[in-house]
Design a binder for this molecule. Sequence first.
Ligand code: PRT
Ligand code: MG
Length: 225
Amino acid sequence: MITLALSKGRIFEETLPLLRSAGIEVLEDPEKSRKLILATNQADVRVLVVRATDVPTYVQYGGADLGITGKDMLLEHGSDGLYQPLDLQIAKCRISVAVRADFDYASAVRQGSRLKVATKYVAIAREFFATKGVHVDLIKLYGSMELAPLVGLADAIVDLVSTGNTLKANHLVEVEHIMDISSRLVVNQAALKLKQVPIRRIIDAFAKAIDDCHSGSMDCGSSPQ
Ligand code: PRT
Ligand code: MG
């Protein structure tokens, strides 16, 4: 049995065409079903539905053989013991610093002010501001970061941006582009040794599907950005 860990939402949606090109069809829609283990048309392949933040953990400890997770998750939660053979180039976005449109970020940085920064990405934010030599107080949040500057909880946020519509709707502006993010295929090292043939087959099929997407010979849906 080969077990693949996926999160619901954009990663699941954007993984379906890759699975299809590997000959794998997921038999149930995780948005409609309450099942957390989904069967596929291949008797020896199943999909686990887990929280995006938990995908690396499932694969690290062998609860799943493979998983698909954002680079943001790997940087924030670590990637020890994970083999990362492919950048799948799906669920693309960027991680940025944003502030209220009326906050003068450049002069706050120039003056060496201490910034209050709210984020779910504490490790990424700490590293970014340390490299820049900006002193920050980091406030850990678990969602809706965009709210923090609006109510005075923080001067700035570090969050994912794809279309920019969420920032715009909340009168925030992007002031730093920290890095580009996309999703990665991660593989449990022991599983790769024990189930080399079927896992390699999936990796190769995904690699071919990414090439086909880029050459335009396959319709891969629309990925933002
Ligand atoms: O939503 P939930 O709390 O259940 O889980 P999650 O937010 O951890 O997961 P999910 O499924 O939302 O995101 C999973 C992965 O998708 C992330 O780890 C990223 O690698 C990737 N991804 C790509 C994104 C986005 N684009 C994205 N735009 N994840 C989140 N967003 C959010 C962003 O945080 C912001 O709130 O969308 C909003 C901004 O979108 P725009 O289009 O308005 O700019
Ligand atoms: Mg989300």
